[in-house]
Ligand binder design. Structure first.
Ligand code: PLP
Length: 403
């Protein structure tokens, strides 16, 4: 005898967790999908120039690591990270004035993973985070899944307007302040030295920690480097950086420097998440560092991006209509464009696609709305002649929109 059981649909939507329901597809992913059109000139991604990837050096380093220490490179390893790499990163941070030891460093799969872990460590649904307005979309995305709210402070030519931080902290208890000190993504601006002081004093008064996210600090092509926030207050500032904008983003290698109580917890979070970052990749990266690859590579990247920024700025000067303004970044990958009030860059985005040029509409970087008349342009990835042509196309779209 057979018993018939009616099959039920799995009902996936109802089974997803609350945090899964908070995940939304970003426009960035939608834009990446369109990148396959060979005629499209894209200023939308945040990608490094692939022509400077040190491919041959990677090949040699991988071979050396496997020959000299292959059994270790292919075995499970410790969660904290490869000790010599941690030593190297701590020493590098000490050169920048931060009192950091190897024990304060956790190696992660890119700084995006550190942002996620910090969300997991600090955020309960409804908690507030202080951010610039605009700010890095990847941070908004990951912290939104933990149910974060965002208390924002405007960003201008000198970075976050830190004179407003105290008032925002007074109005809203924030778990931490998220700061992009150098060559801000998306705004391209750098937090000035006086504002760094104002920020440090404001958070010290309220006891608020800072997350200092610094993927672009090394990519300064003019002006004097400024001391990182962590150099002033290593007990309050959690510092994140990455090899993504120097060696390669594909290797997914970054780090966080944090005081012992935070680092100990982060190690537990990482252990539960993925045990450890690829030890092979860590050993290869350390080998590259030891071979002296970084310094000339960073010099090469700075020269290349500086040239591309200059080409883009000159083309914008020539092609963009009156009433449009933009930032002049001293480093990094991005330019930030402001259109006259009333123009909507999301609508212009569709027109731009018809002209086969893409950017990121600025409003996606504003957690609580606004910014419709802004957009982000990347200058690192396109060759000069492509930049000129793309800006010509964009200039046409803007001129039409402005009548
Ligand atoms: C401000 C900022 N933080 C973090 C990241 C993530 O970088 P990673 O490749 O190290 O995960 C990026 C990448 O573009 C970024 O711009």
């Amino acid at each position: 005898m057979t018993t018939a059981t009616a099959t039920q649909p799995a009902g996936w939507e109802q089974r997803f967790s609350q945090s899964a329901h908070r995940m939304t597809s970003s426009i960035i992913r939608e834009i990446l999908k369109m990148m396959s059109d060979p005629e499209l000139i894209s200023f939308s991604g945040g990608m490094p120039a692939p022509e400077v990837f040190p491919i041959a050096q990677f090949q040699e380093a991988t071979q050396r690591v496997l020959e000299q220490d292959g059994r270790r490179a292919l075995q499970y390893s410790v969660t904290e990270g490869y000790p010599p790499l941690r030593e190297y990163l701590a020493a590098k941070m000490r050169q920048d004035g931060a009192d950091v030891r190897a024990e304060n460093i956790l190696i992660v799969n890119g700084s995006q993973q550190a942002l996620d872990f910090l969300g997991r460590l600090f955020l309960d649904p409804g908690d507030a985070v202080l951010t610039g307005n605009p700010t890095y979309l990847g941070a908004l995305q990951t912290w939104s899944t933990y149910g974060a709210r965002f208390a924002t402070v405007p960003v201008d030519e000198d970075g976050m307007r830190t004179e407003l931080v105290d008032g925002v902290l007074a109005g809203s208890e924030c778990k931490f302040a998220y700061v992009l000190p150098n060559f801000h993504n998306p705004a391209g601006v750098t937090l000035s030295a006086p504002r760094r002081q104002v920020l440090l004093e404001a958070v010290a008064r309220r006891g608020t920690p800072i997350i200092e996210d610094d993927p672009y600090g090394e990519l300064r092509f003019e002006g004097e480097p400024l001391k990182p926030l962590v150099a002033y207050d290593p007990e309050r500032v959690l510092y994140l950086s990455t090899f993504s904008k120097t060696l390669s983003p594909g290797i997914r290698l970054g780090w966080i420097a944090a005081p012992a109580p935070v680092l100990d917890k982060l190690v537990l979070v990482k252990q539960a998440s993925d045990l450890h970052t690829s030890i092979l990749i860590q050993m290869v990266a350390y080998d590259l560092v030891k071979q002296g690859v970084m310094e000339p590579l960073v010099q090469q990247i700075r020269a290349l991006y500086r040239q591309r920024r200059d080409v883009m700025l000159a083309a914008m000067e020539e092609r963009f209509p009156k009433g449009v303004s933009w930032t002049r970044p001293q480093g990094g990958l991005f330019l930030w464009v402001r259109l006259p009030e009333g123009l909507d860059s999301m609508r212009l985005f569709r027109k731009a696609l018809e002209e086969k040029v893409a950017f990121v509409p600025g409003q996606v970087f504003f957690p609580n709305g606004g910014g419709a008349n802004t957009l982000r342009l990347n200058f690192s990835v396109s060759a000069p002649e492509v930049i000129r042509e793309g800006i010509r196309r964009l200039g046409k779209v803007l001129a039409e929109a402005l009548g």
